[in-house]
Design a binder for this molecule. Structure first.
Ligand code: MRU
Length: 385
């Protein structure tokens, strides 16, 4: 992603690795859009905490972070005994896997790293293979997002208004994003369109992160309160919806995504607006048999009961957000408690198609394509709706 800071444009990845210091390097997403900072995690426990506390968030980004965190933990092992090494690897894996439960990308990414490590005969060989595999996952994540852009760009026509929910953009992946990839590819093809960003309460990833990304990218957009989408759809002001996902069930076509996605899918269905879900293949869970079995993260009640933001300096005539400091204020009745499920599950009949790097699939058509979607030859045999 190209970020403009102090008038200079520079390319950053959301997640990267510094092999010299054995550190995972992350964009501090909790400070955006007000401040752009990079942070480094010193060990795998700090990396797991960065995922849990949402310094880094978004399925693909936490997948890459978990893969790097596993390599980081593996590389920190001192000794040459394989039995002790494997116990250590299992501890690191579990700490990272437990950080956030709903997205399947971290599990898929780390399982890929573990599989690659098996080719090593010594601890040192396995340590080197772990980092190479994590780098490969990150690299593939970028390539997959680019391919999603090429597959999805044809859905965006000149003059359209596209609704998106939460942030499935650069910041939710290593680069480019999934729901945003068709937008960026369409922009590169010279198409002009407008994006509506759902604010996405309670953490406001839409108004803070997606809106910031689109502004950096020079794409016309508006932020709306989550409750405004139905009204806009009823008035014919939304042509298309594209969202990302944290876990798509390959067997059923059910889609787990940020809370509120299901509501938007129901509304889109009612108004006959096409509803697409853009994902890399690492977001597919081929094992679970029902959406009810997806672990839905229950997050801190304060996310719902309070609002966070930057306090604008009262004397600042320009109301420059850089001048303020981050604060949390209580909005809800002081004695009330909250429910805060982080994700919901959208059934396949509400989804027009899943945009993958290999083509567009009806949700129910993923399972019949299990073999081609999971084999190396898939790239040469793209599926179609
Ligand atoms: O809680 P978050 O911000 O990590 O939620 C994940 C998401 O960003 C969304 O659900 C997104 O739409 C899909 S992840 C690419």
């Amino acid at each position: 992603m190209n970020v403009v800071l102090n008038g200079l444009s520079r390319h950053y990845r959301t997640v990267s690795f510094d092999a010299a210091t054995n550190a995972v390097v992350l964009i501090e997403q909790r400070m955006l859009p007000h401040q752009f900072q990079l942070v480094q995690t010193a060990d795998y426990r700090e990396t797991a905490a960065a995922i849990r506390d949402m310094i880094v968030r978004g399925a693909g980004a936490i997948g890459a972070t978990a893969a790097y965190g596993l390599a980081q933990g593996v590389r920190a092992f001192r000794g040459s005994g394989l039995a002790a090494f494997e116990k250590h690897v299992a501890r690191v894996f579990q700490a990272l896997a437990d950080a956030r439960p709903t997205a399947v990308d971290p599990l898929n990414a780390m399982r890929g790293v573990l599989a690659e490590m098996q080719a090593g005969e010594t601890v040192a060989e396995r340590q080197a293979l772990a980092l190479a595999a994590a780098e490969e996952f990150a690299h593939e994540n970028v390539n997959n997002c680019r391919a999603i852009g090429q597959q999805g760009a044809r859905l965006i026509r000149h003059g359209m208004t596209v609704l998106t929910h939460c942030n499935a953009g650069w910041l939710a992946f290593v680069d480019i994003g999934t729901a945003t990839a068709p937008l960026y590819a369409a922009q590169a093809r010279g198409k002009r369109f407008r994006v509506i960003c759902d604010e996405t309460r309670p953490r406001c990833q839409g108004s803070s992160l997606t809106a910031w990304e689109l502004a950096q990218q020079g794409i016309e957009h508006r932020v709306i309160a989550d409750n405004a989408a139905g009204h806009l759809m009823q008035r014919g002001e939304i042509d298309l919806v594209i969202v990302g996902s944290d876990r798509v069930l390959g067997r059923t076509g059910e889609v787990a995504n940020k809370i509120g996605t299901y509501t938007k899918a129901v509304l889109a269905h009612r108004h006959k607006i096409p509803f697409y879900v853009a994902i890399p293949l690492s977001t597919i869970d081929w094992t679970l048999e029902s959406g009810e079995a997806i672990p839905i993260e229950e997050r801190d009640a304060d996310e719902v009961l309070c609002a966070d933001g930057l306090l604008l300096h009262p004397q600042s005539s320009t109301r420059n957000p850089q001048s303020g400091r981050r604060v949390q204020i209580r909005v809800a009745n002081p004695t009330s408690r909250a429910l805060n499920p982080g994700f919901d599950v959208t059934p396949p009949e509400l989804i027009t198609a899943i945009i993958t790097p290999l083509g567009l699939f009806k949700p129910k058509d993923l399972w019949p394509h299990l073999h081609s979607l999971t084999s190396q030859s898939a790239a040469r045999n793209p599926g179609r709706t």
